[in-house]
Design a protein around this ligand. Structure first.
Ligand code: SAH
Ligand code: ZN
Ligand code: ZN
Ligand code: ZN
Ligand code: ZN
Length: 515
């Protein structure tokens, strides 16, 4: 087990999730993949994941299931000890709850609404900002008191990521939309690399830009969006959007949606396909890797035998400090220097100097030499490394590569025998490089939550998980006594539900879209 000091010595302080557990700091949790022989119980977001709490480097013995998608108990409070036996009544109550929490309209119903909507004259095409919903004339009355925008043009319908307000729930579903420059760069790159199909996983803005471009020129790239944000189902036909959870590869609309995805990956005579994913950064690397491997397997089934050595091309967009975690799962992946910029993320906006630079990068199995980064945005080609790098990223003759990870110029330390961040100096006590004001005692300088060195608590990719797990365990203990009461209450509210069915359903659309 690596001590924290040892990890100071590694080339890069890595962001990590389950790996953190081995750092020996307190309050860390790891995620384990559940045993395929015992299927995980379901929450409204599909199969749950198995977690274990780790304190002071020791795993607590009791493991538990929790929601794969929501890192905040407010969004999904599913909790079950791994060894807990549930009564029939509780199982039934859970199933009822799972059904109740499903999207109010099926994919087909959404498409019907959309088709009606686009047939309306401009003056009747309205969008409720409060409910984040396109309104048909029959809905108007209900939204009288809400802020409603009119004259929704076809152009606006083609850019739903601009019409919808980005979800801001920090823990579960914060949406960080690509800045135009980065989105444009990605589309041009995909097209230059010759891709004709793009599976967009959690990239609604990229999806819409690809489609906009496709309708404008001959390139005609096809795109399928997989995202957990149900609001997008209002804007797309069945073959271009699936309501999907990327942490457990769950399709909310079942087999039919899975088939859409499969056809997309496998179909299209020899058309080159790529997957581009931009998962929430608080997300766990392991379950994402498992999901991506399932997508790869799905794609592989459509490949002929003689291509069996080929890999599905992937762009996985994630912060640079996850490099070693990602490469652990996908050894063929390389991190590009390109800094991905976002519109609505104060921290991740592109800047020329210092800390404001975006830490988000592209991880890919496409050879970096094939990916030209724009000179006008400050990249150059390094002939020795055979890849494009940031201007400030200098080739180190001792390391034999362009070593900077964060876009700043790194310095070579002859004692550590590698390049280190410019802010670090060699500490003879620790026998490695560290921040000048570090404490030689231990992991006090890094992130308070996970102990990693290149970020603080406020930007920790692990913070939400830790909090969730801790509060889940605490609440479970609290609730033990009044659990029965809660179940009866839920059961009763179920019986009510049949009364005014249609109205209820509309209300659910409201609630669902607003939550
Ligand atoms: N930069 C991208 C958006 C990335 S934000 C763009 O501009 O297109 C992360 C995206 O992942 C959001 O669209 C969010 O809705 C989606 N997402 C979050 N959790 C998810 C999950 N569990 N499964 C699938 N998609 C998810
Ligand atoms: Zn409304
Ligand atoms: Zn060096
Ligand atoms: Zn050093
Ligand atoms: Zn951290």
């Amino acid at each position: 087990m690596a001590t924290h000091r040892d990890s100071l010595g590694t080339a890069e302080a890595e962001g990590s999730d389950s790996g953190v557990g081995s750092a020996g700091s307190a309050g860390m949790e790891v995620v384990l993949l559940s045993d395929p022989a015992t299927p995980a119980p379901l929450c409204p977001h599909g199969p749950t994941l198995l977690f274990v709490k780790v304190s002071h480097g020791k795993e607590e013995t009791r493991r538990f299931y929790a929601c794969s998608a929501c890192r905040d108990r407010k969004d999904c409070d599913f909790f079950q000890w791994e060894d807990e036996k549930l009564s029939g009544a509780r199982l039934a109550a859970r199933e009822a709850r799972n059904r109740r929490c499903q999207p109010p309209l099926s994919r087909t119903q959404c498409v019907e609404r959309y088709l009606k909507f686009i047939k309306l004259p401009l003056s009747q095409r309205r969008f409720c900002r409060r409910c984040q919903q396109l309104l048909l004339p029959g809905d108007w009355e209900e939204h009288q008191e809400h802020q409603v925008v009119g004259d929704i043009s076809i152009t606006q319908l083609k850019r739903p990521s601009r019409l919808l307000s980005p979800l801001e729930n920090k823990k579960t579903n914060a949406q960080y939309l690509f800045a135009d420059r980065s989105c444009q760069f990605l589309v041009d790159l995909l097209s230059a690399l010759g891709f004709r199909r793009v599976l967009c996983v959690g990239t609604p803005r990229l999806h819409e830009l690809i489609r906009l471009k496709a309708s404008g020129d001959k390139s005609n790239i096809k795109s399928l969006l997989l995202d957990i944000d149900y609001r997008y189902s209002q804007f797309y036909m069945e073959d271009s959007f699936c309501h999907y959870n990327m942490f457990n590869h769950h399709f909310f609309d079942g087999e039919a949606a899975l088939e859409v995805c499969r056809t997309f990956l496998q179909g299209g005579e020899g058309e080159a396909v790529i997957m581009v994913a931009d998962p929430p950064f608080g997300g766990l690397v392991e379950p994402l890797a498992v999901t991506f491997k399932k997508i790869i397997a799905m794609w592989k089934k459509g490949q002929s035998q003689d291509n069996s050595h080929e890999e599905l091309p992937i762009f996985w967009i994630f912060p640079y400090f996850f490099e070693s975690r990602i490469c652990q799962f996908f050894p063929s992946f390389r991190m590009l220097d390109y800094q991905v910029d976002y519109d609505n993320h104060a921290l991740y906006k592109h800047g020329k100097t210092g800390r404001k630079q975006s830490p988000v990068r592209i991880f890919t199995n496409i050879p970096p030499s094939k990916i030209a980064l724009p000179a006008e945005e400050g990249y150059r080609f390094c002939p020795l490394c055979q890849r494009y790098v940031s201007l400030e990223n200098q080739h180190c003759e001792h390391c034999g590569s362009c070593t900077s990870k964060d876009g700043r110029k790194w310095n070579h330390c002859f004692l550590c025998k590698k390049c280190v961040k410019p802010s670090w100096i060699h500490c003879s006590t620790c026998n490695c490089c560290a921040l000048p004001d570090h404490s030689c005692e231990g992991p006090k300088d890094g992130c308070f939550v996970c102990g990693e060195l290149d970020h603080k608590r406020s930007t920790c990719p692990n913070i939400s998980l830790s909090k969730k797990v801790i509060s889940a365990v605490r609440k479970q203990k609290q609730r033990k006594s009044n659990k029965m009461k809660v179940e009866t209450a839920t059961g009763q509210s179920m019986n009510h539900a049949s009364a005014t069915k249609k109205k209820k359903r509309r209300e659910r659309v409201h609630q669902y879209l607003c939550s």
